[in-house]
Design a protein around this ligand. Structure first.
Ligand code: DLL
Length: 430
């Protein structure tokens, strides 16, 4: 299903022509920002002529640190009076990054969200409950205005009070939900505990954090939805950058609005299709805060796909952030891999925490998982068996020995927004 068929199916020369035109406009817009002016002078590319989108490689990357240094409004290409809204990134350390939007930006962003929702089959008559934070986080207002543009009935429930959320799903006949995958899992647990009827649900759009295929299966069976992966980041408007279609084999990246590269995070060299690396994006339709070759820090790969729904470029599921990747005794581990292993073991629940310590100069990873009472006899010997099983499965998948601690059901933290499941305490070691 299409929201804007012409643009969504644009390919070949027509697409390249549109991208080049928009890229030139974006560069001109970016050069109104002192940072880019200086950067172009330093890289000796002042007056750079863009003939094709491939010329983009002459431009240096923009890093998150650059945006931080521009706090609060250093990356605005328009006067503040033309900025009708600001959001900030959900950074945990230091000052957040401020993102500004003009009226045109907000319209373009809502259009992208409407495209995504229509692509996965959301249509007029659907009732949509948006269970994410409505403040500075872009997931709330971003989806809200996209859904209104599409013309569905919006329930702006935001986060909190899970029992009330479930009641609303039931009472309003909600058919479509949006939240983080970790909150969706919590919602399903509470629904099970309270024996609530979520029969009206049809579609779940989940994103804002990495999640695994095993998590998808679990959410689909527990909530009775078809689950779609939604990717985006505040610096590029917010959600709506890439989205799964009903094929659910990679995420369509909206190539009329975003130019995509995958680079080796260490050397900055471009990688080929199918090679995993850091996603670099140049947004092509941003007015208030244009960015050139923005290093997202997210790890994925790109590939061309003659998908059944529309041709074009896709990116794979995001495995994690290049800076979230844990390096344990030299082995790269993404928390999403741990999730994938645990969800396939019925004896443990779907919540977990990971602690990393340095003991006698060696990295030690401890995974805490909740026992699932349905598969546990209550005998000590059984506990030992389950523990051994989890250790083995983790070792087979990660090639890493971990300590596993089984804990009471319901004792690990639940998250309403993005989950923070990894606590790296190695910096604390003397
Ligand atoms: O999380 C925007 C968003 C809201 C996306 C709602 C999807 C749904 P930020 O708070 O700026 O923006 O965080 C962006 O979250 O760089 C990724 O590391 C991570 N992320 C977002 N979506 C996914 C996803 C929003 N589907 C950062 N899979 C990004 C994995 C994701 N990671």
């Amino acid at each position: 299903m299409f929201w804007d068929k012409k643009i969504e199916t644009l390919s070949g020369k027509d697409l390249e022509a549109l991208q080049s035109k928009r890229l030139k406009k974006t560069i001109n817009q970016a050069l109104k920002i002192p940072f880019y002016k200086k950067q172009f002078e330093r890289a000796k590319i002042k007056g750079l002529k863009i003939k094709t989108t491939a010329d983009i490689t002459k431009i240096p990357f923009t890093k998150k640190q650059d945006l931080r240094e521009g706090y609060p409004f250093g990356f605005l290409a328009v006067p503040l009076k033309d900025v009708v809204r600001i959001h900030t990134t959900s950074g945990t350390t230091g000052k957040p990054t401020v993102v500004g939007y003009t009226k045109n930006d907000l319209a373009a962003w809502a259009g992208l969200i409407a495209r995504n929702m229509r692509m996965v089959g959301v249509k007029e008559g659907d009732v949509f409950q948006n269970m994410v934070n409505y403040g500075m986080f872009t997931g709330g207002l971003g989806f809200h205005y996209g859904a209104e543009l599409l013309g569905v009935t919006v329930v702006p429930s935001a986060t909190g009070n899970t029992k009330r959320q479930i009641e609303m799903i039931h009472d309003f006949g909600v058919t479509v939900i949006h939240c983080t995958p970790s909150y969706a899992m919590h919602l399903s647990e509470v629904a099970e505990e309270t024996k609530a009827d979520l029969g009206s649900l049809r579609i779940g759009m989940f994103g804002a954090e990495p999640w695994s295929e095993a998590m998808r299966k679990a959410l689909e069976s527990r909530l009775g939805v078809t689950a779609f992966d939604s990717y985006g980041l505040s610096e590029l408007f917010g959600p709506g950058v890439a989205f799964e279609c009903p094929e659910r084999d990679g995420l369509h990246i909206w190539h009329d609005s975003y130019l995509v590269e995958i680079i080796d995070p260490l050397t900055g060299e471009q990688l080929s299709d199918g090679e995993r690396g850091e996603l670099v994006v140049t947004p092509l339709v941003k007015e208030a805060m244009p960015l050139l070759r923005y290093r997202t820090g997210d790890v994925t790969m790109k590939f061309e796909d003659g998908c059944l729904c529309r041709r074009g470029q896709k990116i794979g599921r995001i495995t994690g952030r290049s800076d979230d990747m844990l390096v344990i005794r030299g082995i790269n581990v993404f928390p999403s891999q741990i999730e994938h292993v645990l969800l396939k073991i019925p004896e443990v629940g779907n919540q977990f925490m990971v602690y990393v310590d340095r003991v006698n100069h060696l990295d030690e990873m401890t995974v805490e998982a909740e026992i699932n009472r349905d598969y546990f006899s209550g005998e000590l010997a059984d506990l030992a068996r389950i523990q051994k099983k989890v250790v083995k499965e983790l070792r087979d998948a990660l090639e890493l020995r971990t300590t596993v601690k089984l804990v009471e059901p319901g004792s690990l933290p639940r998250f309403e927004g993005k989950a923070k499941r990894v606590i790296d305490r190695r910096g604390d070691a003397i």
